[in-house]
Design a protein around this ligand. Sequence first.
Ligand SMILES: C[S@@+](CC[C@H](N)C(=O)[O-])C[C@H]1O[C@@H](n2cnc3c(N)ncnc32)[C@H](O)[C@@H]1O
Length: 242
Amino acid sequence: MTAANLFWPSDYSGMIVNHLRSNPSLAQGRRVCDIGTGSGILAATALHLGAVDVVATDLDVDALTLARQSFARVAPDARFDLRQGSVWEPVAPAACFDLVLANLPNFPAEVIATDGRRATWSVGGADGRQAIDPFLAGLPQRLHFGGTAIFTQNRCVGLGLTLDKLRQDGLVAEVLDSTLVPIGPEKIGALSSARTEPSGIVEVAGFVFLCVDLIVAERIAHPGQDADIAMSDSGPQTGAYV
Ligand SMILES: C[S@@+](CC[C@H](N)C(=O)[O-])C[C@H]1O[C@@H](n2cnc3c(N)ncnc32)[C@H](O)[C@@H]1O
C-alpha cells in the first residue's frame, strides 16, 4: 500500500473540507493549525483557500512527509511547519491560531483489525476519547480571540461531554453538520461497550453506522477584547522539525 493510500482522507475529513469550502473566509489570510494532519487534506484545503501559514502535527512521520507534499502542491510559497508528536505537544507553547482543524482518531476500541490503515488512524481507546480530550484541553489557549476550531467526532463517544468542555472553557460551540458513516464487520466486532452515547450508533438490518458530528467552536471576542486573528506572532517553535 502506498503512503497516499495509507493516509487516504476519510468521510470525516470530507465534512471539514466541505465546511471550509462553503466558508472560505475562515481560511483566507489565516494562520492555521491542523492536529493529526494525516494526508494533510485539511490544512491543504485551508491553504488552497488562501491561508498564509500552517502548523501541522502528527504522531506518524510518514503522514508528515505526505502532508508536506500536499501543502507544497497547493501553496508552494506558503509557510508551513510540520511537527511530529502527540496532539499539542510539538506546538510551541505560545503559538496561537486563527483556525484549528482536527479529525483525530476517536473510534471507541482498544484495538482494530485494520483494513490496511495504521492502528493510530482511528483507534481512540475504550472510551474513544484518548486523543480528543487532550485536544480539547489545549484548545482554548491555542485560539486567538475571534478564532475558530472545526473538528469531527463520533457522537457515541460523548457529544454532550465535548460541548460541555468547550463551553466551560468559554468557547461558543455547536454542531453544524452530521452524517452517518458505515463501519465494516471487522470494526463492528471491535466496538467498545464503554461508549457514552449509544444513540450515536445506528443499526439497520445488521448494517452499522456511526453518527459523526462536525463541531465548530469559536473564541468570541468580548467588548474590550479586539479580535486578534492573523496579527500576532507564534514565536519560536520548539518541537522536532520534520
Ligand atoms: C483519522 S486520521 C485523519 C487525518 C487527516 N485529517 C486526513 O483526513 O488525512 C487521524 C490522524 O491522526 C494521527 N494521530 C493519531 N493519534 C495522534 C495523536 N495523539 N497526536 C497527533 N496525531 C495523531 C494519525 O496518525 C492520523 O494521521
